[in-house]
Design a protein around this ligand. Structure first.
Ligand code: TPP
Length: 329
C-alpha cells in the first residue's frame, strides 16, 4: 500500500517508534508473567502493533478509545506512560490505576483511554455509551472501540453496532482479526459470510485491510476517522493480523500449526515498516537507535516496577467504587 501524496514520512516513523515501544513492553510483560514476577493474566499484543499505531495516529488527545484484554498496545499508542503502565501490571504503587487494576484494567481517562476490559465485547458497549455521551454533550471528539474477532459472536457486540447506527454515533469500530478466539479458530464458530458483512448488515460502512501493513492501517483509519469526525455516523475497520504468542502468557500454544507460526516473521509489522522506512532513505543507524531507545525505556520501567512497593493497605478501598451513590453501596 502506498501513502497519499504529501503524507509525511516522519509520521510513519513516529508510528514505528510507538510500535517498538509496544513490542518491547509486551515482550517484557509476557516474560515477567511466565517467570512469576507479576500476577494475573497477561495477553501479549506482539505482532498486532500496526493496528493500534495506525489507528491512534488518526486520533487527538481528546478522542476516546476503549480496549479489550489484549490492551497494552492500545494504551501506549494513545500516549499512556509506559512507566505508569508497567507499575500497574506489576500491581505496584504509582501504577496508572494505583496498582489495583492490573494488565486487563489499564486505563487513563486523562488521555481518553477508557480502559482495557476482561469481558469479551464489553469494551465495545462502553465505547458506544461514550459516543452517545459525546453526542448528548455536543463535544468535539470521536471514539474508537478496539476488539478481537471473537467479540463478533457475543450479543453485546451486535447491540452496540445496532445502537451506534440507530443514533449515527461518532464511533469507529476496529476489529483486530487474528483468527483466534482463545484456543478456538474463530471461523469454526462464526456463521454467515464474514466479519465485514456483520457490520454492513447494520448499515455501517466497513473497510477490510491487511492489519500488518502500517501504511494500509494509517490510510484506512485516517479516512474512516475523518468520516466519523465529520458526523457521517459509525464506521467499521476490519484488520487481519497475527497473534504471535499464546492466548495469554502462560498458554504455550501447543494446539497451533507450526506452519501458521512460521508465516509470522514475514508478516511482522515492525520489520515491514522498517523496510519501508529504509526505502525512504532513513539510515539504518537511526532505526537501530529507535529500537535501542525503546528497549532501554522498557528495561528502565521494568527495573523501577520490580523495585517499587505495593500500594499501601490504607489505599485498599480508594478509587475502586463510586462513592457518590450511597443507595446502592
Ligand atoms: C463474556 C466472556 N466470555 C468468555 C471469556 C473468555 N475469553 C477470554 S478471551 C476470549 C477469546 C477472545 O478472542 P478475541 O476477542 O478474538 O480476542 P483475542 O484474544 O484473539 O485477541 C475468551 C473466550 C471472557 N473473557 N468473556
Amino acid at each position: 500500500m502506498s501513502l497519499p501524496a504529501g503524507f509525511p514520512v516522519e509520521r510513519i516513523h513516529a508510528m514505528y517508534r510507538r510500535m517498538l515501544l509496544m513490542r518491547a513492553f509486551d515482550e517484557h510483560a509476557g516474560w515477567a508473567r511466565r517467570e512469576d514476577r507479576l500476577r494475573g493474566s497477561v495477553h501479549e499484543y506482539t505482532g498486532q502493533e500496526a493496528i493500534a499505531a495506525g489507528v491512534c495516529a488518526a486520533l487527538g488527545e481528546r478522542d476516546y478509545i476503549s480496549s479489550y484484554h489484549r490492551g497494552h498496545g492500545h494504551c501506549i499508542a494513545k500516549g499512556a506512560d509506559p512507566v505508569a503502565m508497567m507499575l500497574e501490571i506489576y500491581g505496584k504503587a504509582g501504577g496508572v490505576c494505583g496498582g489495583k487494576g492490573g494488565s486487563m484494567h489499564v486505563a487513563d481517562f486523562s488521555l481518553g483511554i477508557l480502559g482495557a476490559n476482561g469481558v469479551v465485547a464489553d469494551g465495545v458497549t462502553i465505547a458506544v455509551g461514550a459516543a452517545q455521551a459525546v453526542r448528548l454533550l455536543d463535544e468535539d471528539r470521536i471514539v474508537v472501540a478496539f476488539f478481537g474477532d471473537g467479540a463478533l459472536n457475543r450479543g453485546p457486540m451486535l447491540e452496540a453496532l445496532n445502537w451506534a447506527k440507530v443514533y449515527d454515533l461518532p464511533v469507529l469500530f476496529v476489529c483486530e482479526d487474528n483468527g483466534w478466539s482463545d484456543r478456538t479458530p474463530t471461523r469454526s464458530v462464526t456463521g454467515g459470510p464474514g466479519i465485514v458483512a456483520r457490520a454492513e448488515a447494520f448499515g455501517i460502512p466497513a473497510d477490510s485491510i491487511d492489519g500488518n501493513d502500517l501504511l494500509a492501517v494509517a490510510c484506512s483509519a485516517g479516512l474512516l476517522a475523518a468520516e466519523v469526525r465529520a458526523g457521517q455516523g459509525p464506521r467499521f475497520l476490519h484488520a487481519t493480523t497475527c497473534r504471535w504468542r499464546g492466548h495469554l502468557a502462560l498458554d504455550r500454544g501447543l494446539y497451533r500449526d507450526p506452519a501458521e507460526l512460521a508465516t509470522h516473521a514475514e508478516q511482522d509489522p515492525i520489520g515491514r515498516t522498517r523496510a519501508w522506512l529504509l526505502a525512504q532513505g532513513i539510515a539504518p543507524a537511526v532505526l537501530d537507535g529507535d529500537a535501542a531507545e525503546a528497549a532501554e525505556r522498557i528495561a528502565a520501567a521494568a527495573a523501577l516496577a520490580e523495585a517499587a512497593p505495593c500500594p499501601d493497605a490504607s489505599e485498599l478501598c480508594t478509587d475502586v467504587q463510586d462513592t457518590g451513590a450511597p443507595s446502592w453501596q
